[in-house]
Structure formats: C-alpha cells, structure tokens
Ligand binder design. Structure first.
Ligand code: NAD
Length: 460
C-alpha cells in the first residue's frame, strides 16, 4: 500500500507537469495512445493470467471484454482526436454584432480514476483513454478486490509512462478516502451507488467536476411476440458473461405470461449448451470474486423457487446458473442488484403491471426489451427512464463507440466511450472575440427609455 506522503508527492508533480503544457499538445496525446497500445499488447499474457487468478475468468472473455475492448477504443479515438480537439466556431449573438464565438476544449488538469473489480482492466483503462485524449494527467486507483490485475496494471503503467503523467496507486478503502480528500481537477468513478454517494459528497467539498458510473437492477422484458429461441440464447449469454458480474447484465426477467415457461425451457437449453450440464466444471464459467460476494449472492437464493441450478462449488466460489420462477417484488432477490448468476423470472400480462414492477427500481443502468411489437417498444422507450439498452439483445449497446455510455440518477451521472470520453475529460470553454472598434452604447447606464425600447426589440 502506498503512503499518503507518496500520494501527495505524485499529485504535486502531476500538477507541475500539467502546467508545463506538454499534455495539451495533440501529437503528444496521440503518442501516448500509441504507447498505451504497445504496453497492452506487451502485457497481454500477463493481463490474461492476472484476471484468471483474480476470479477464474477464461482467456476468451478476458480478451473480448477487457483487452480487445480497450484496444479497439484506442484505435477508434486515435483516428478522431484531431477533429474532436479543434475549437468550434458557433453563431454570434445579436447583442454583439461582428463578434465571433468559439468553444475551446480545455483539459481539466489532474484526473482521478477509481474503478471496481468486475472488469478490472477495462474499467481502469477505458476512462484512462478519456483522460489521455482530453489532455490530462492521471492517478488511477484500481480495486483492491482484484489485486492481481491491479498489480499488473501498476507494473504496466510504471514501465511505459512517467509517474508525473500517469500513476497507478494501489490500496484499500483508506487510500480511496485519502485520495478523495485531495484537490483533483476531475474525478471519474465506477462502482456501486452506495460508494458513488461518498464520491459525490467528497467532490462537492472541493467543487470538483465528476462522472459517476454506477449500477442497479436492469430489467429484461420479454413480450409474447418474439422468437423465444434466439431471445433465450441472448439473455443467457448476457446474464452469465463474467459469471453474472456485469453492471449492465439483465438483472431480472419479466416475461409475458403466455411465453414464460417456454422461455425458461429455452434458457435451460442454452445454459447447458454453453456451459455443459454441469456448469460448475466448465472452463468458460467465471467464479464469484470473493467469499463475501459469494455468500451475499447465495443468500439471495430462495430454494423453494429454484427450478434450475442452485448447486454450489464453495471451494472455487462458483454458483450454478440458477433460475428462480414465480418471483415477486417482496422476494429478497428483488431488493438489491444481484451481480451474480441468478436469474429471477417474473410474469406480466399488461403494460401497467410491467411498468409498476420496473418502477420499484427506478433509473436502471440498462433495459432490455424483446419484442416485435413497435407500439409496445415505443411505449416502453418513452415511459421508462434508463441509462441505455437494447431492443432484441442484451449488453451489445456498450460495444458501439459512436454512442455515449452511462447511467441516470441511481445508475450514474455523466457518460463516456468514444467522443463522449473526450467531452467528459475536456471542459468546454466558450470565448467570444468581440470587435475592438464597434461598441453598442445603449447597454450602458444611465438607462434611457429609448435604450429600453431597443433592448426589448432585440431580446424578444
Ligand atoms: P464498490 O463501489 O464497492 O467499489 C468501487 C471502488 O470504490 C473500489 O475501487 C473501492 O476500492 C472503492 N471503495 C469502496 N468502498 C469505498 C468507500 N467507503 N470510500 C471510498 N472508496 C470506496 O463497487 P464494486 O463492488 O467494486 O463494483 C460493483 C458495483 O459497480 C456494482 O454496483 C456495479 O453495477 C457497478 N459497476 C458499474 C459499472 C458502470 O459502468 N456503470 C461498471 C462496473 C461496475
């Protein structure tokens, strides 16, 4: 664990380095992206091993959701950063004829990134890409619950970047609390809504701008008008990816009463097709991160409602994909984000009942709707507030770099990915360049009746 003195020193040096203006140069930023890409490629095997050690995630999923994800993001932003970083000229105002107004993208300074354990590499590096393209220095604090990956991230960043530009600080909650008391210029936090509130309060103390990427209970609605086989396949994949420990995993399913039992049968078929009839032994099935979370998830199982799964491998912290049927809002599993491989299924027979269920956990990070009924689709989209989501799929909206990713209310504030990462890590500085030789006299006191009339004409 790093000492508080060390943190003070790094922060001070980063502030000085930022003032040197080097990080603002666009070619510098592009070079740093290239270095980051090189570092990740060099550390690929070590990252895969570290993530495996942390929670037994298989190589395919680690490449898909951690390494490949950020490499493709680097490629995408590298091609666009020159365009994004240009100042933008906007239309002038009537009160300043002849003036020109520009929006400049100004880096904040030194950013702090705090990330969770569930995608331990991606959720550190993806915001870091934003910090780099925004022209900021950065302190990254990975999660103490994925210590092997955190260690590798630290090693990789130390080897490829100067500490006065990017530095990884490892440590427990005490370190986070200390970091949150410092005067950073931007805070980017990913984690639970509970800790999100702590971060928001700390940011408020120093009036630091921030982004919160949080979680919540994301509903998955299945209407009667669809192809059950394909839906079941997409739900099972999205739910069990990363062992169910995905912020945008479909948390619970609300299926139309006419297709619910067919959907359950199909989900069981795909669980076994993906992970064999004994998923606990499948090499592709990820463990729960630690004993505390294992016990928390197990405590959400109501064995009277289990219709598939329920077995545990306590030694390897694996919980079988477990389907619970006839779940209702009073069940414990509906009171918190599951963040594990449990699949509670509820039913609906009319839209009002469906909306009532969803509203018990407002502003989810994601919403998934399976339907062929356009009217129903429009109604759900216009009536339910949520971070983002898919129609007829799960998870995949996060893979599109052309669109922002983030939550609303309980699931977060602000967003990132692609252009939005650049915008998140850049302050928009509006500057009007006025003419030095033309002046509108009527705006100055003493105010006359004539001036008041002119003002009313212009502003109406
Ligand atoms: P967490 O909130 O417990 O921890 C996140 C980070 O906060 C960690 O680095 C941890 O060290 C730090 N932390 C924990 N307690 C703290 C405290 N009291 N004071 C200061 N810092 C503290 O979250 P987690 O368990 O690591 O991750 C799971 C949560 O994150 C879920 O709710 C999930 O939905 C959410 N999540 C959201 C996204 C997203 O993109 N929106 C992505 C992944 C995870």
């Amino acid at each position: 664990m790093e000492s508080f003195n060390y943190i003070d020193k790094v922060l001070e040096n980063q502030k000085i380095y930022f003032e040197s203006q080097k990080t603002k140069n666009i070619d510098f930023r592009i070079r740093q992206l290239d270095i980051l890409k090189m570092a990740i490629e060099d550390y690929e095997d070590k990252i895969i091993k570290a993530v495996k050690l942390d929670f037994n995630k298989c190589e395919f999923e680690t490449y898909e959701t951690e390494i490949g994800f950020v490499l493709s993001e680097i490629k995408y932003v590298r091609n666009k950063i020159k365009r994004w970083s240009k100042s933008k000229k906007v239309k002038g105002s009537l009160l300043t004829p002849g003036s020109k107004t520009y929006i400049y993208n100004q880096p904040y300074g030194v950013s702090l990134i705090i990330s969770p354990w569930n995608y331990p590499f991606q959720l550190c590096i993806s915001p870091l890409i934003g910090s780099i393209i925004g022209g900021n220095c950065c302190i990254v604090k990975p999660s103490e619950l994925s210590p092997n990956t955190s260690k590798i991230i630290k090693e990789m960043i130390k080897e490829y970047f100067e500490e006065k530009y990017i530095c990884v600080i490892e440590g427990d909650i005490q370190i986070n609390q200390y970091l949150l008391k410092q005067k950073f210029d931007y805070i980017f936090f990913t984690g639970s809504p509970m800790v999100g509130k702590i971060v928001m309060k700390s940011a408020a103390d120093n009036l630091i701008p921030y982004t919160l990427e949080l979680g919540g209970k994301s509903p998955c609605i299945v209407d009667e008008s669809c192809d059950i086989e394909l839906i079941a396949k997409r739900i099972v994949w999205g739910k069990l990816l990363n062992g169910g420990q995905t912020c945008i995993a479909p948390d619970y399913i609300i299926a139309h009463k006419n297709i619910k039992s067919r959907l359950i049968d199909s989900m069981i078929k795909y669980i076994e097709q993906f992970y064999t009839s004994n998923p606990l032994t499948s090499k592709d099935y990820t463990s729960v991160i630690n004993k505390r979370h294992f016990e928390r998830i197990v405590s959400l199982i109501d064995y009277d409602k289990v219709i598939y799964g329920g077995n545990l491998d306590t030694q390897n912290l694996k919980i079988e994909p477990t389907i619970m049927d006839n779940v209702n809002l009073e069940d414990k599993i509906m009171k918190e984000e599951i963040f594990g491989p449990l699949i509670p299924v509820m039913k609906f027979d009319n839209t009002e009942k469906l909306l009532y269920i969803i509203k018990q956990n407002p502003n989810p990070l994601a919403l998934y709707l399976f339907t062929k009924n356009k009217k129903f689709e429009n109604e759900i989209l216009s009536r339910v507030s949520f971070g983002g989501g898919c129609i007829n799929d799960t998870i995949m909206h996060i893979t599109n770099p052309n669109a922002p990713f983030g939550g609303i209310g309980n699931s977060g504030i602000g967003n990132y990915h692609g252009k939005q990462s650049f915008d998140t890590f850049s302050h928009k500085k509006t500057v009007m360049k006025n003419l030095a030789n033309i002046d509108i006299k009527f705006k100055y006191p003493p105010y006359t009746k004539k001036a008041y009339k002119i003002l009313k004409i212009i502003l109406k």
